[in-house]
Ligand binder design. Structure first.
Ligand code: UDX
Length: 440
């Protein structure tokens, strides 16, 4: 089959490559000619394990192309996936829908036969229905809007797209073409359905809400364990052992119970804020008031780490040499959006310390968004004469570090494990002062 994918960021580029991998003829569309040129050359503009291989294989097979031309896209297919970003509005909690609107506003007047826009982006509930009206007002032909939220994680994007836990498709059942939309989408995902991936057909609002609720739940789970870790800190209990014990209860499960620097990235923080903002608009703000606390707990972990660093440096960070290992919001990604690691590094710098950051993949992005920090190209270089070393992203390169790798590099043998990912006994045995979060 043929389809287009609008937006070639983490979501859109992955979706385009994976739809081609499923055998479809895919046209990826972006307004940024630089991104289109890179992707057409088989290069992803961001780090995502395994994606370039899928991209190249499908470019070579002639199933995948990229363009900046909306007219070409309008002509290419009857199914147009929408995968543009919905960032947080500046100074507000709400999501900014300007990219979503721009796609529909540009595409709608160009289509010449009935088609369906299948949204994948995370949007406030009610967006899909409003987009349908908007598209039809701008077009001479029938444009349908359906919602098929994307649940992929960065670092596992290809796997999550080709083998998702579930597929959700929201369709407006009152539209005459609803069965046609369902058929088209089922055909596109035929391989996944044959692999018995659960498929849930819903109304538009439910499909939109599934996505934000899933992210709100994950954020809540992380903040829950981080709140408990604050109590552990007050009592001397160990949150890592506690999380293991909780995790054996199948109703709870061990995943997403890792206490530490908290959640960041382009999704969880802005999605819980947009969810609260939308609930407020709908007169249901009380229902999600707890998410404000989820956000607060998460942000408190960052200031806690800054305080720990100050304590490690004898009470003040002024003039201290601080090494920060990790800048990406999580390992296997070069994404630094709302990254706890970079945020902590920035706060420490504001306290007057000299901060040197190292990350295996996210240095370029970090330099761009935070040019005033110092950056090193290796762990050793970052840790040179450090008064304290902070591990803030659990890259394997850092979890594999042994104390003897750094013994003679640092000025003071002091390490803060912001992700509870190091073998604390080994560091202590080697004479280091080790501090984790919620662990004595
Ligand atoms: C998330 C959702 O998992 C995904 O389903 C959705 O489509 C997009 O948002 P992603 O942002 O890629 O995916 O990252 P995720 O793996 O969920 O991690 C989010 C943040 O939580 C990271 O900063 C991570 O370090 C942190 N985290 C995760 C914890 O602090 N503790 C945990 O136990 C798990």
């Amino acid at each position: 089959m043929r389809c287009t994918v609008f937006g070639t960021g983490y979501l859109g580029a992955t979706h385009a490559a994976c739809m081609a991998e499923l055998g479809h003829e895919v046209l990826g569309v972006d307004i940024d000619p630089g991104k289109v040129a890179k992707l057409s050359d088989g290069v992803t503009p961001f780090y995502e394990p395994g994606l370039e291989a899928v991209l190249r294989r499908n470019l070579d097979a002639g199933r995948l192309r990229f363009t900046t031309s909306y007219a070409e896209a309008a002509d290419h297919a009857d199914v147009h996936f929408l995968g543009v970003g919905t960032p947080q509005k500046k100074g507000e909690y709400a999501a900014d829908l300007k990219y979503v609107h721009a796609v529909v506003d540009t595409l709608a007047p160009l289509v010449t036969r009935p088609c369906v826009v299948v949204g994948k982006s995370t949007v406030p509930v009610g967006t899909a229905a409003a987009l349908g009206e908007r598209a039809r007002a701008l077009s001479t032909v029938d444009i349908e809007v359906a919602w098929n939220p994307e649940f992929l994680r960065e670092g596992y994007a290809v796997r999550d797209t080709l083998r998702p836990d579930r597929l959700v498709l929201g369709v407006d059942g009152s539209r005459e073409r609803a069965p046609w939309i369902r058929e088209l989408v089922e055909e596109l995902y035929a391989d996944l359905l044959a692999a018995e991936i659960p498929f849930l057909l819903t109304d538009l609002a439910t499909a939109e809400l599934v996505k934000v609720s899933a992210n709100a739940f994950l954020a809540t789970k992380i903040s829950f364990i981080n709140a408990v870790s604050e109590v552990c800190e007050a009592t001397g209990a160990d949150v890592t052992v506690l999380a293991d014990a909780l995790g054996y209860d199948e109703r709870i499960g061990r995943r997403f119970l890792n206490a530490g620097a908290g959640f960041g990235g382009g999704c969880l923080p802005k999605d819980i804020r947009a969810f609260m903002a939308r609930a407020g608009e709908l007169g249901a703000d009380h229902a999600l008031a707890f998410l404000r606390e989820v956000d607060n707990i998460n942000m408190r972990r960052r200031t806690k780490i800054v305080d720990m660093a100050a304590r490690a440096c004898g009470g003040s960070l002024l003039g201290a040499n601080v090494a920060v290992l990790g800048a990406a919001f999580k390992p296997e990604s070069d994404d630094v959006r709302d990254s706890p690691a970079l945020n902590v590094a920035g706060m420490i710098q504001l306290h007057g310390a000299v901060v040197t950051v190292y990350d295996p993949k996210a240095l370029e992005n970090s330099r761009r968004v935070f040019p005033t920090l110092s950056y090193a190209t290796s762990v050793r270089e970052a840790c040179e004469r450090a008064d304290v070393v902070l591990v803030l992203t659990e890259w394997q390169e850092f979890t594999a570090l042994r104390p003897q790798d750094l013994d003679s590099v640092v000025r003071t043998r002091s390490i803060i494990d912001g992700r509870n990912c190091l073998d604390k006994a080994a560091w202590r045995a080697a004479g280091w002062v080790y501090a984790g979060l919620g662990t004595p």
